[in-house]
Design a protein around this ligand. Structure first.
Ligand code: ADP
Ligand code: ZN
Ligand code: ZN
Length: 725
């Protein structure tokens, strides 16, 4: 009697055996419904065998094997296995986290081919006079409001409004207020620019070896036309009938890149998988990749697990971006998994960046990866901006804005060019302090300070979301003299408004772009030249092309120079390169001004010369001396408990359960950098080794023992290759 071994979303590292009389090896990778405890759950069949370590009498029977989708390819199941082993995470949870939520439910999935399922509002519909709609047609009005707010609406959402809404939709279409969204993409193909010499060279190199594994590190400065290189290589894949997976950071840029791909390949099936999708959209896209209809799969972190039957190329854009690393549960790095996946499939993977991660750069100079460079800007007439430091100790400043910066801003306004002020802190001020007793408002649930949000008159914790009204007197000494200290985006915005009363100033941070539509509107404002000065956080730093941006001002970047996080300087450099890269994109020569207390710091020096290699070499030397990655491999055991001592005691205990061997170093448990988060106290234990193999050997043995310890009140997780401490 066949027995199936099933991956279930259960935190134990084992597969579960069930009797399944009709199962054959054809069912490996198929969804199955099985009893688990008192419930029925969905899992994926990983093996079909004839034997089980349990006696037949004890085994339960599988309830139902689904046939609503093709089985997951063996390559994907092997990827899950690798992931489970490398990150020491239960296989069932790995597998099930890779399956879209919708397919984890027991409802069969019927994917009706709905070519016409999306609709968008027309200009006529936008302008239509709603007072002409009869009072009784409330549904018509509601549907129109939905369209005006969301622009594009799909059939599911329309049906959700009311079952009768589909009929009303037809009326709106007849009125010419709404049309099928498919026509949105019936655009003409975008023109292919003539490749620059360097771009051509990159394309040729990679194209010459498309049938084998290689990690290509594409080091191209901002604006060097990496996207164009991707497009050409994807086109080659399409000619060969192969699929491409393009991974991008979790940022607002997804729709933009999607448009670039859709306009270049208007007749190609492209799916985009990101966090903005609802469950059924995600499942649909995922299935299109699985059955081979989708030719191009664009997506964020999680899409590295998309089943793709005929994968020919993987591209990881902005490979250094920390959003590729998952920070909870299965702490995987999508970039690293992409590399494993490419190796397994024997296909190329391209890591693209203006500032590669030190890990990748190190691998490139050691010839494990192959580096290709784009060293000049691609667009005609565009040049790299000039970068200058302003010694903030030596000049006058008002509300955090130095005189030279103000002068530069004024000049750009006169020239009708846009400026961007970058400050990586949202809110009004990072601290609320009492001037008489030095009391500071802190979060009671986190080890963090409460940020002053003057607009809503509240104090907020940016870690747990806690909010309270701004106090009018000090809770310690009763003094009324409490005041905000330091600068956030809101305060800079206010200061700029005072300096430049007639300028059009726009603040962009997570508070101002809560809604997806807000972004589109903001971009329209910027591109339509209806903004003079932008104030924003890192949200603005990445990827955007602002043609008329002449000046970038950077405020308060210094904190990262001397941070305890050994990656802080690397991130700062990358971030500043990114923001600086926004300037001088078109014919406007860009200028970057950095307000700093350390104008002679080598990091700023390298930035002034746009010299990534200078800083990379310096940071690598520091890492080597200090014995940090990429010279060693690390893993972190994190523990959380209501009391810090409980977490620390747990960690001290587990150090001793396995002998680490000579090549693995185990450090003492310490409180985490955020020692308290959302009411839980946190600590961790670092283990590292110069040999990845030895570290893995230790972790495997350790994980087995850890699973056997019964701990109360402590939650622990293992993070391999951690980037947060
Ligand atoms: P990156 O991703 O490297 O920062 P982009 O791909 O955004 O750079 O390209 C920057 C600009 O250069 C874009 O506006 C793009 O259209 C343009 N561009 C790219 N390649 C060429 C080319 N060969 N000729 C002219 N313009 C180009
Ligand atoms: Zn006080
Ligand atoms: Zn908090």
């Amino acid at each position: 009697m066949p027995i199936i071994r099933v991956a279930l979303d259960v935190p134990v590292n084992t597969l579960f055996d069930y009797i399944a009389p009709s199962a054959t090896t054809q069912h490996i990778g198929v969804r199955v419904q099985v009893p688990f405890g008192k419930k029925m759950v969905i899992g994926i069949i990983i093996e079909v065998t004839n034997s089980s370590s349990f006696s037949k009498g004890k085994l339960r029977s599988a309830k139902y094997i689904f046939n609503d989708m093709p089985p997951l390819p063996k390559a994907l199941l092997d990827l899950f296995k690798f992931c489970s082993e490398y990150y020491h995470y239960p296989l069932g949870e790995v597998v099930m986290s890779g399956v879209p939520t919708r397919l984890r439910s027991s409802k069969p999935f019927v994917d009706k081919p709905q070519v016409k399922s999306q609709f968008h509002i027309t200009k006529k519909g936008q302008l239509a006079d709603t007072s002409l709609i009869s009072k009784r047609s409330t549904l018509k009005r509601r549907l129109l409001v939905l369209f005006r707010e969301s622009k594009v609406v799909n059939l599911v959402e329309i049906k959700e409004l009311s079952p009768g809404a589909v009929k009303v939709l037809k009326e709106l279409i007849e009125l010419g207020w709404v049309e099928e969204a498919a026509s949105v993409f019936k655009q003409k193909k975008s023109i292919e620019p003539i490749l620059k010499k360097e771009q051509m060279n990159v394309v040729k190199n990679i194209a010459a070896e498309t049938n084998q594994f290689n990690v290509w590190l594409l080091h191209g400065i901002t604006g060097s036309g990496k996207t164009e290189v991707y497009l050409r290589l994807v086109a080659l894949q399409l000619l060969q009938g192969r699929q491409t997976l393009v991974l991008i950071p979790e940022i607002s840029l997804t729709p933009q890149l999607e448009t670039v791909f859709r306009t270049r390949f208007p007749t190609t099936s492209i799916i985009s998988l990101h966090s903005g999708l609802n469950a059924s959209e995600r499942a649909k896209g995922w299935l299109k990749a699985l059955n081979g209809t989708a030719q191009i799969i664009l997506g964020t972190r999680l899409s590295v697990f998309t089943p793709i039957s005929n994968l020919g190329l993987i591209i990881v854009d902005e490979e250094q971006d920390s959003s590729f690393k998952q920070q909870s549960g299965l702490c995987y790095s999508a970039r690293d998994i992409a590399i494993f996946r490419a190796k397994y499939m024997n296909i190329p993977v391209i890591l693209g960046s203006a500032t590669p991660s030190l890990e990748s750069y190190y691998n490139a100079i050691n010839h494990r990866y192959r580096m290709l460079r784009l060293s000049s800007r691609a667009a005609d007439n565009s040049s790299l901006p000039s970068v200058r430091c302003i010694d903030i100790r030596a000049v006058k400043a008002r509300e955090g804005l130095s005189e030279p910066l103000i002068t530069a801003l004024r000049k750009k306004i006169e020239l009708k060019q846009q400026s961007l002020i970058f400050i990586n802190r949202r809110g009004f001020a990072p601290v609320l302090m009492c001037k008489s007793c030095a009391w500071i408002a802190t979060c009671s649930r986190c080890s963090s300070r409460l940020v002053v949000h003057l607009q809503d008159k509240n104090l907020r914790c940016h870690y747990c979301g806690y909010k309270e009204r701004i106090l009018s007197s000090c809770p310690e000494c009763g003094d009324q003299d409490i005041a905000p200290f330091g600068h956030g985006t809101q305060r800079v915005e206010a200061a700029l408004k005072e300096q430049f009363p007639s300028a059009r100033i726009l603040r962009i941070d997570r508070d101002s772009i809560r809604r997806k539509e807000a972004w589109e509107k903001i971009l329209e404002e910027i591109h339509g030249q209806r903004v003079d000065i932008l104030v924003g956080t890192q949200i603005l730093a990445k990827g955007h092309n602002f043609a008329n941006l002449g000046l970038v001002g950077v405020l308060n970047p210094d904190a990262s120079l001397y941070s305890t996080d050994f990656r802080a300087a690397e991130y700062l450099f990358s971030q500043l390169m990114q923001v600086a890269g926004r300037a001088g994109r078109a014919s406007t020569t860009g200028e970057v001004l950095i307000q700093t207390k350390f104008p002679n710091h080598p990091l700023y020096h390298a930035l002034q010369h746009h010299n990534y290699e200078e800083i990379a070499k310096m940071l690598l030397t520091e890492r080597k001396v200090a014995n940090f990655p990429p010279y060693v491999y690390q893993a972190l055991l994190r523990a959380e408990a209501p009391k810090l001592s409980t977490a620390l005691d747990f960690l001290s205990h587990v150090i001793s359960i396995v002998y680490p061997g000579k090549e693995v170093e185990v450090f003492d448990p310490v409180p985490a950098q955020m020692a308290k988060l959302k009411g839980m106290e946190r600590a961790h234990l670092l283990v590292q080794s110069g040999s990845r193999k030895e570290l893995q050997k230790f972790l495997t043995a350790w994980r087995v023992k850890l699973d056997k310890i019964s701990v109360r009140k402590v939650r622990w997780t293992l993070d391999v290759d951690p980037i947060e401490f």
